[in-house]
Design a protein. Sequence first.
Length: 414
Amino acid sequence: LSDDPTSNEDFDNRFDCNLLEYDGPSHSNNQFQGSTSDSENILEVTVEDHPNSLYQHVEKQVLYNFERPEDKFIAIKFLEYLEPSGWLGKSLDEISLECGISIELAEKILLKLQKFEPAGLFARDLKECLLIQAKASENYSSSLEVLLQNLTLLAKGDLKSLAKKCNCRTIDITNYLKLIRSFNPKPGALFENDLPQISSPDLIVKKTKNGWSVDLNKSTLPTVFVNEDYATTVNSKPKHDKKVNAFANQALASARWLKRALEQRNTTTLKISAEIVRRQTDFLDNGLDFLKPLSLKDVAETVGMHESTVSRVTAGLLMNTPRGTFTLKSFFSVSIQSNSNGVGTSAAAVRHMISKMIQDEKPVKPLSDDAIAKNISKRGVKLARRTVAKYREILNIPSSSERRRKAKMEMTLS
């Protein structure tokens, strides 16, 4: 067995996960330690039954309203992508492709789901959410539907143009607005939030009196136990059947190799993780704004491994820290040029700055990409407007004009 079992074999522990982040306490920076001691399962949760959860409420309606097993299966697939707001979080194209069905069948199932209570569930945007509720109300009319099809005019407050399009009086538009304000743009919010789907971390970072330590989460590790006493007993018996004996010896050798390979992979994982934590202590102490630029090459050179090995080992692994649970890959980030001091800032930290600025902005006066770039530049990070736009798109944050339009729309409907 070579020093690095991942050089020729791929033992990646890959799984899908969500990035969970929360603000945690600050810590002082001391020395760093890495160990393989047993660690408690910090994500152990007591799951209580939530009869009022959105998922269970809709699931009951699915089981009652769909007769064919295949239709129930597709409907449950839709339910899996129902967001806490009650909106559908995935496109019809993606769901039909995942289920291996036609768009026509997917639309048929969706139309039936959109008739569930409360009205507005499974909408794909605000317009559709309000339209579903409008059609379910006793005051539905073609004029109301036309009004909802022209929400941009509503956001501008152009009631005259709306009245003309709707073929009704301005006073009717005012009455329709009162009705629309009674609708719920987030019907799923009426229910208790379902418990989040949490994947147990592979590594756990803790603050000790000697500094930061990282441990393997033994509850998630695959284990191989080789009963050496039984192996000795088998080998001591008379060798009557050469084929049976050869098979037994081969199986025993394979089990021993697998055990050594897993132990070596754990050692390699811990070594790489320890180096990541050592380099990111500022982040652990102070938060995302202090995440340092880090490349696979930086870690590989320090731990004495190839970049491809570091890439394979870190793929899909989760690390729990006092600041949240992150994929190991999220600790690697390119460097953004500094204005003066020559010390780079990680792209992840810059994205966090952008996100926080937009979160703190006045909704009716959102910051432009240029304004964000100038604000970040004042913090000592040289950033172009187009870079802000690119990072904003990565964060799924709309442009300032779209944010302003949405804010006005919400004010109109509130």
